[in-house]
Ligand binder design. Structure first.
Ligand code: ZN
Length: 310
């Protein structure tokens, strides 16, 4: 069955070891896959998520040891937002102080409390306190108490010059619809998704264009249940919006097409199938370095150039 919403968010970071320390230890996410950038196999591709490595919880990074910092601008993801139980915001504010994580004072957005913070590369992140999600499963493998742990994404906000063309893609192709406006923000939600169901379009004229680098989101992937659902989305993009996607690429854990949406953000359509347990047991996700079949013969050479993670 097709469930809409965000599948994953992929960003660029500085050193892999620092990235793992922040997302694994400080935020308490599960490292659900340790592999390489298929297009640049001398660098890691690290995937973080919830206990089940579920679509809508997956944040991935291309860590480059010497990545230059990015500069936020129009046509880019402005903020990536995780859900926590409403009562957890105080815990996280204290944790950020104790861990030296730069953060803002909590603010209200659409009636919910939002705590914005930055990762070590300056990537803009936030926690939103959501009522009634305490009983949802969370990853128990970190020192963050379960009652406060992250429960997947709420969503992302995109900085665009004009909300309408991007909103049309979200509505017509990805099953979102507009649910509210707040100043310069237009909020879209995908009905039926357990999380990863919100995209906020922040209209910002006069900003400089983005420059990608460490701390930048590279792309946002939306869910397609399977190849047929993806094909249907590709057809709608072409017929209704005049947008062509790339050919499908096999990313081992999902199959993907990519396109630049009208606001210039790079979008991907990723299949839910086959998922992250396709090449290692669900219990030990992220423990071993996994390589696609085509790179397995180069394992020794790849392992020799990858930086140490601990
Ligand atoms: Zn992706």
């Amino acid at each position: 069955m097709q469930i809409n919403g965000i599948h994953h968010v992929t960003a660029i970071s500085g050193p892999a070891r620092r990235n793992l320390d922040f997302y694994g230890r400080v935020l308490g996410l599960r490292l659900v896959k340790k592999t390489v950038n298929f297009d640049d196999p001398g660098t890691y591709h690290l995937y973080y998520g919830d206990a089940a490595a579920a679509p809508g919880s997956i944040l991935t990074f291309f860590p480059w040891e010497h990545a230059a910092p990015g500069r936020l601008g129009v046509g880019e993801t402005q903020e990536t937002v995780f859900r926590v139980p409403a009562a957890a915001i105080g815990y996280w504010a204290h944790r950020f102080v104790a861990q030296g994580v730069p953060h803002d004072a909590p603010v209200k957005r659409f009636g919910e409390t939002v705590l914005a913070f930055r990762d070590p590369d300056g990537m803009r992140l936030a926690l939103v306190g959501v009522s009634g999600i305490e009983a949802e499963a969370a990853w128990a493998g970190s020192d963050v108490p379960l009652e406060y742990a992250i429960r997947g994404f709420q969503g992302v906000s995109l900085l665009v010059a004009d909300a309408a063309p991007t909103g049309a893609i979200l509505s017509d192709v990805f099953g979102f619809h507009e649910i509210g406006r707040d100043d310069t923000l237009v909020r879209y939600r995908a009905e039926g998704a357990p999380f990863g169901d919100i995209v906020d379009l922040r209209v910002a004229g006069g900003f400089l264009p983005a420059r990608q680098g460490a701390g930048s989101v590279h792309h946002i992937a939306f869910r397609a249940a399977d190849d047929a659902a993806q094909d249907e989305m590709v057809r709608k993009l072409a017929e209704n919006h005049g947008i062509r996607t790339t050919e499908q690429r096999d990313r081992n854990y999902f199959r993907s097409v990519y396109f630049r949406e009208p606001g210039h953000v790079l979008f991907e359509i990723a299949t839910d199938a086959p998922g992250f347990a396709v090449d290692e047991p669900a219990e030990t996700l992220g423990h071993a370095l996994k390589l696609p079949a085509g790179l397995e013969s180069q394992r020794a050479r790849i392992e020799a150039v990858l930086p140490a993670l601990v």
